[in-house]
Design a protein around this ligand. Structure first.
Ligand code: AMP
Length: 183
């Protein structure tokens, strides 16, 4: 089961990813989590990514593509994987396709959690992450609409897009996702 979880910041990707990975026994690969760990450990990657993340901007494609390409080669990905927060740009999606092709596999479903900006702002008030201030959230949403949302058309064309209403109880949404990826 090779999955991509897609949606604006605050759509619930992380929460839903947790449910799906425990059910399907596949690893979650969150580029945001990997980058936050690099910032915390003050690695060269973290030093490059930290200021961009704090400003709500995307980090350069080459950096995240390299991280994901390496991660997908690890043994725990043989049964499948759930990418959370990657790809976020068309070049990232193309690089992912190339990496998977070399491994003889391809994305099966792109789960798109659909949530309005208004709901996102409400939800973010309850979170405590360093990049969750209202201004940074707005910047992250702007980046999402500008650079990431075009991926929907890209995956729609490939017949891979599974739009899911991201408003509802955690269990309702999880049920809708499972239905979409089991078909
Ligand atoms: P997330 O936890 O997915 O919301 O990611 C937090 C931050 O990490 C984002 O606002 C970006 O600055 C950076 N980031 C995570 N994934 C990517 C990606 N695929 N491409 C570029 N930047 C990313």
């Amino acid at each position: 089961m090779d999955l991509v979880f897609f949606g604006p910041p605050g759509a619930g990707k992380g929460t839903q990813a947790q449910k799906i990975i425990s059910e399907y026994g596949i690893p979650q690969i969150s580029t945001g989590e990997i980058l936050r760990a690099a910032v915390a450990n003050q690695t060269p990657l973290g030093q490059q990514a930290g200021p961009l993340m704090a400003a709500g901007k995307l980090v350069p494609d080459e950096l995240v593509i390299g991280i994901v390409a390496e991660r997908l080669k690890e043994q725990d990905c043989v049964k499948g994987f759930l990418l959370d927060g990657f790809p976020r740009t068309i070049p990232q999606a193309e690089a992912l396709e190339a990496v998977l092709k070399k491994l003889g596999r391809k994305i099966e479903h792109v789960v798109s959690l659909e949530v309005s900006d208004q709901v996102i702002h409400e939800r973010m008030k309850g979170r405590g992450r360093a990049d969750d201030s209202p201004q940074t959230v707005q910047k992250r949403l702007d980046e999402f609409r500008r650079l990431t949302e075009p991926l929907k058309a890209h995956y729609q064309k490939q017949g891979l897009l599974r739009p899911i209403n991201g408003v509802g109880s955690v269990d309702e949404i999880a049920t809708a996702i499972k239905r979409a990826i089991s078909g």
